[in-house]
Design a protein around this ligand. Structure first.
Ligand code: SAH
Length: 222
């Protein structure tokens, strides 16, 4: 009984969040549908499950965060992702953004530098039967050379500049979305498009992400 009441609460909160996202300008029904079908409470520790449908970032292990739902929706929208696209994601974290990408794209290649986060994400996404995802432990700034080119690249950790390796791995017409800036609190959400005669950059305003950190944590380097 108590459990059913909780489930009911989550359903209500999820509907409220979807309305909030719509009000905030997220209009793409495919993106809203992907968010609706993805149980965000499963991507956070049980202690945070009741906040899973608040429009806020929440802490995950290793001092990282699961992104705010609005920012996940916004970045996904700016990525203009379709079922034909091969996607590279840097910063798997909880795997929540990965799930949304996997529901919309053809195949997702995701890189995370913390082994525990990567493994936990892999278990969650497998449980959701999202099987079009390939996981890698590593420094995302190095890209995924064996799989170049990518139609879409998304970086979910902030860097002072977008690593050139990631820009170079875009297919013609490809899009990259990333938070960029030297301020730890605020970065610009940028989109880079590989056009016929070079790259074009657009700015979609301020976001806040944990930093993109070079290399692997010490315990993984052996
Ligand atoms: N999209 C994730 C956001 C996680 S926070 C989510 O919604 O859960 C950003 C993640 O990027 C962290 O897990 C952090 O460990 C990872 N990260 C930071 N620098 C990285 C790098 N150079 N390569 C791969 N992952 C990195």
């Amino acid at each position: 009984m108590a459990e059913r009441a909780t489930d009911q609460g989550l359903v209500q909160r999820k509907l409220r969040l979807l309305m909030e996202l719509r009000r905030a300008g997220i209009a793409d029904a495919r993106i809203l549908g992907a968010i609706e079908r993805t149980p965000r409470e499963q991507f956070v520790a049980p202690a945070f499950a009741d906040q899973a449908y608040e429009n806020v970032a929440l802490p995950i292990d290793h001092g990282q965060t699961i992104s705010q739902p609005y920012v996940v929706a916004l970045m996904t929208e700016k990525l203009e992702i379709s079922e034909r696209h091969k996607v590279l994601e840097i910063g798997t974290g909880s795997g929540y953004q990965t799930a949304i990408l996997a529901r919309l794209g053809r195949r997702v290649f995701t890189i995370e530098r913390h082994r525990e986060l990567l493994q936990a994400a892999e278990v969650r996404l497998d449980a959701l039967r999202l099987r079009n995802i390939v996981f890698r432990l590593g420094d995302g700034a190095q890209g995924w050379p064996e799989q170049v080119p990518f139609d879409r690249v998304i970086v979910t950790a902030a860097a002072e500049v977008v690593p050139s390796t990631l820009i170079d791995c875009l297919a013609p017409g490809g899009l990259l979305v990333a938070p960029v800036g030297c301020d730890r609190r605020n970065q610009q959400l940028l989109r880079i498009r590989r056009g016929e005669d070079g790259f074009a950059t657009e700015d979609f305003g301020l976001v806040r992400f944990v930093p993109l950190v070079a290399g692997l944590p010490r315990q993984e380097r052996a």
